[in-house]
Design a protein around this ligand. Structure first.
Ligand code: NPG
Length: 368
C-alpha cells in the first residue's frame, strides 16, 4: 500500500462548555487532522496534541512541523506492507508520538478497510459496544460541580471522573460522596501534586474511589511507586505511560495498578496494543482516555476500547458532550447502559463531513 499524498489541516472548534483542568481552561480546540490519499481514496486521522505544551511537550505547532518536515517525507510514495513498515520509517524520529500516531491510526484504518473489516475487528476487538464515562472539569463552586454531575448521571453516564488540584480535592470529593455515596467515581490530578503531598492524598482513601489518576509528574515512576505503597486507592497512570517501555517500567516498579491508554498519545494502535498486552500479562486493567477529540479520534478510541483488556469505562463520551456539531456522521451517541456502539462499517467506520471540515479549517497544506 502506497501513500500518495498527505493533507494536513487545523480546525477551530468551540467546546460546548469550557473545560478546566489543573493545566488551565480550554474553550476552543484546534484539532489537527491528516488525510492520507491512497489509491484515490481518503483516510482520515486526528492528532491529539494540544494548543500549548502543558499536558505534553507536543503541540499542534510542533506536530505540524514534525509531520511536514520528517514523518510525511519518510513515508510518501513508499510501498508499506504493514504497520511495522511504517513504524520502522518513523523510528529515527525521537519522541513526537502524537504526531506519529495520527498517521499510524489513519494508515491502520486504511489497512482495515482493505481487509474489509471494521477497525475494531481488525485490531482484535471483542465487543460491539464500549462502556463510557465522563470527565468533569474543575468548576467555580462545589454546587456547580454537583449539578453538572447530576446532569451527567441522568444522561446515563456510569462513571464520573472529576479533575482535582491542590485546593480542589479532598473537600470536594467528600461533598460528592455525601450526595452520591454509590457513584462510580474517580479523580484525575494531571500531575498537580508532589510526593510531599502523600499524607494529604492518602485522605482520599476513605472515599472508595475507583482510582486516582496521574497525581505526580509525568515520567516520575519512582515517586508514583512510593505513593502507591502508601495509598489504598489504585493509582492510574496516564501522562507517564509514553510507550511500551515506560509501561513495562511502571509495572516493574509497582508505580500503578491501572493504566489509561490513549492511542493518540503513545504513537498509535500498535504501541497501544503492546501496552495493553503488557498490562494484561500483569493483570493490570486498562481503559481508554480521551483528549477532547472530534469524531475521528473518537472512532479510533472506540475501536481500541473493544480489546479484551479494556475492562473499565473510558473517557469516550458521546459527541454532544463536546460539540454542537461533530465532524462525523452519524455522531457518537450515548446508548443503553451508558455505552457507545462500535461502528460496523469497514475501516474507520464513520463518514467524515468534509463540507463541515472545510468550513472549520483555519490552516491547510498538502504534502506530495
Ligand atoms: O472526554 O475527551 C475527554 C476528556 C477526558 O479529561 C479528559 N482528558 O487529562 O486525560 C486528560 C484530559 C485531557 C484533555 C488532557 C485534553 C489533555 C487534553
Amino acid at each position: 500500500m502506497k501513500i500518495d499524498a498527505v493533507e494536513l489541516r487545523v480546525l477551530k472548534m468551540r467546546l460546548l462548555k469550557p473545560f478546566r483542568t489543573s493545566f488551565g481552561v480550554q474553550q476552543d480546540r484546534y484539532p489537527l487532522l491528516v488525510r492520507l490519499e491512497i489509491d484515490g481514496r481518503s483516510h482520515w486521522g486526528e492528532c491529539v496534541a494540544g494548543e500549548g505544551p502543558w499536558y505534553s511537550y507536543e503541540t499542534v505547532e510542533t506536530a505540524w512541523s514534525i509531520l511536514k518536515g520528517y514523518l510525511i517525507p519518510s513515508i510518501l510514495g513508499r510501498e508499506l506492507r504493514d504497520v511495522a513498515a511504517l513504524e520502522a520509517l518513523f523510528l529515527p524520529v525521537r519522541g513526537h508520538r502524537m504526531a506519529k500516531a495520527c498517521i499510524e491510526m489513519a494508515f491502520t484504518a486504511a489497512l482495515a478497510e482493505a481487509a474489509r473489516k471494521p477497525l475494531s475487528r481488525y485490531l482484535g476487538g471483542v465487543r460491539d459496544r464500549v462502556e463510557t464515562g465522563v470527565s468533569v472539569g474543575i468548576q467555580a463552586t462545589v454546587d456547580e460541580l454537583l449539578d453538572t454531575m447530576a446532569n451527567h448521571l441522568q444522561e446515563g453516564y456510569r462513571r464520573i471522573k472529576v479533575k482535582i488540584e491542590p485546593g480542589w480535592d479532598v473537600d470536594v470529593i467528600a461533598a460528592i460522596r455525601q450526595r452520591y455515596p454509590e457513584a462510580t467515581l474517580m479523580a484525575d490530578a494531571n500531575s498537580a501534586y508532589e510526593l510531599d503531598d502523600a499524607a494529604h492524598l492518602t485522605e482520599l482513601d476513605r472515599f472508595g474511589l475507583l482510582m486516582l489518576e496521574q497525581p505526580l509528574a509525568a515520567g516520575d515512576l519512582v515517586d508514583h511507586a512510593a505513593l502507591q505503597r502508601q495509598m489504598r486507592t489504585p493509582i492510574c497512570l496516564d501522562e507517564s505511560i509514553e510507550d511500551a517501555r515506560s509501561a513495562r517500567h511502571a509495572i516493574q516498579l509497582g508505580a500503578c495498578r491501572v493504566m489509561n491508554i490513549k492511542p493518540g498519545r503513545v504513537g498509535g494502535f500498535a504501541e497501544a496494543q503492546r501496552i495493553h498486552d503488557l498490562a494484561q500479562a500483569a493483570s493490570i486493567p486498562v481503559w481508554c482516555g480521551g483528549m477532547l477529540e472530534t469524531g475521528i479520534g473518537r472512532a479510533c478510541n472506540v475501536a481500541l476500547a473493544t480489546l479484551p483488556g479494556f475492562r473499565l469505562p473510558g473517557d469516550i463520551s458521546a459527541s454532544d458532550r463536546y460539540w454542537a456539531e461533530d465532524i462525523i456522521d452519524p455522531p457518537f451517541t450515548l446508548q443503553r447502559g451508558g455505552t457507545i456502539g462500535v461502528p460496523t462499517r469497514w475501516g474507520l467506520g464513520v463518514r467524515v463531513r468534509v463540507d463541515l471540515v472545510e468550513r472549520l479549517t483555519v490552516r491547510q497544506e498538502t504534502v506530495r
